[in-house]
Design a protein around this ligand. Structure first.
Ligand code: MG
Length: 379
């Protein structure tokens, strides 16, 4: 269903939004969700994404994806899908650009190490940390902490959450306890993330030389498009073959997702945003593409993310995170002044401050900070 505004009746809109925690005057000349996107782009955490690892550490090469370029690719894919389904494009853009703000340096290796360090103190999870960044840690406004984003933007950022954590998050955590869904816009950003990283990791994996096109030709989703490219352009070689293949893969996944989701939406006869929350997850691939995408994921897991050269970098990264955490916990006065907490605070509170500090670091800042703490000739 598509009213005059161009948005479906079950899309998130300014009219059905639950709004912001702190009341603010309405924006001039832009929508509330454009305002969210703008706030995200101007945040410090967003700029730091430029120097955070996606798979390859920033200093390994200039052409690899970083968290920043990854987030921009997610936003591009999510907007294409939202537009076709008459959903709120500004909202999916805001969610996409913010979804990785809580990532530690060094990608998943960094997050795993920090989670391990924080085990006794409530753990560390990058997804929850993204929400913490926009709710608490950004300090840009006179009268509130964080960016005071709309409920639907924050909800879309919170992909998963344990029941214990959900219980502490109030309205935001509610759906995890009552088995309800986020907006379709939130669901889109989540799957656009998968489409983006599966495809750019193929591209980056090939560029790094850690995986080969011959290996990838054993993965059905890649094989069918690679064959199509080779049939159409028998003379083509090198990077152009890769790019022609990857863009066909992205297109196939996006088109399939739009088609299947439209079918799901029609079947559930959605009328309102409330219907979306009560229905099962409706943004989805067809069963066939879902399987193919999973096979690609498995391939990348075995051949790229577990490649010994990636593992070596991950091991180094984890050591850096663990040693930074240990040093700051042992002696709080090593922290920059603004992070030093008052006396009498609990270990858990102090650990959270250390985790926030470490999680906010870029790859190169963490490496430098480690050197400053552990190399005697540095200061
Ligand atoms: Mg992501």
């Amino acid at each position: 269903m598509k009213p005059m505004s161009g948005l479906a009746s079950y899309a998130v809109s300014e009219e059905n939004s639950r709004g912001r925690l702190h009341a603010e005057t309405a924006p001039q000349g832009r929508s509330e969700f454009q305002r969210d996107r703008d706030r995200i782009i101007h945040s410090g955490a967003f700029r730091r994404l430029e120097y955070k690892t996606q798979v390859f550490v920033n200093h390994e090469g200039d052409l690899f994806r970083t968290r920043l370029t990854h987030s921009i690719e997610v936003a591009q894919i999510a907007r294409s899908i939202a537009r076709q389904l008459h959903l709120n494009e500004d909202l999916v853009e805001a969610i996409s650009l913010a979804h990785d703000l809580g990532h530690t340096p060094f990608g998943h290796a960094g997050q795993d190490a920090l989670n391990q360090c924080m085990k006794e103190y409530g753990g560390f999870e990058h997804n929850l940390q993204s929400v913490r960044v926009v709710d608490v840690l950004e300090d840009r406004y006179a009268t509130f902490d964080g960016l005071n984003l709309c409920f639907e933007t924050r909800e879309g950022m919170l992909k998963h959450c344990s029941p214990e954590k959900a219980a502490q998050l109030g309205e935001l955590g509610e759906r995890f306890l009552t088995d309800r869904r986020p907006s379709l816009e939130g669901q889109i950003a989540n799957l656009a993330d998968e489409i983006a990283y599966n495809n750019h990791d193929v591209d980056d994996g090939l560029r790094s030389g850690l995986i080969t096109l011959e290996q990838l030709a054993t993965v059905p989703l890649v094989a069918e498009h690679l064959r199509a490219v080779q049939d159409q352009y028998p003379e083509l070689s090198g990077r152009r073959v890769v790019h022609e293949t990857v863009r066909r893969m992205i297109n196939t996944l996006v088109t399939d997702l739009i088609r299947q989701s439209a079918r799901n939406i029609a079947e559930h006869n959605l009328q309102t945003l409330e219907d979306v929350r009560n229905a099962p997850a409706l943004i989805a691939f067809s069963a066939e593409l879902n399987n193919k995408q999973k096979e690609l994921k498995r391939f990348l897991h075995v051949h790229l993310y577990r490649h010994y050269r990636v593992m070596r970098m991950s091991a180094k990264a984890q050591r850096i995170i663990r040693e930074l955490f240990g040093a700051f916990m042992a002696e709080h006065r090593l922290l920059p002044t603004q992070y030093q907490t008052g006396r009498g605070e609990s270990d858990a509170e102090r650990a959270r401050v250390v985790a926030d500090y470490i999680a906010g670091m870029t790859d190169r800042y963490a490496i430098r900070e480690h050197r400053r703490l552990f190399a005697i000739e540095e200061s």
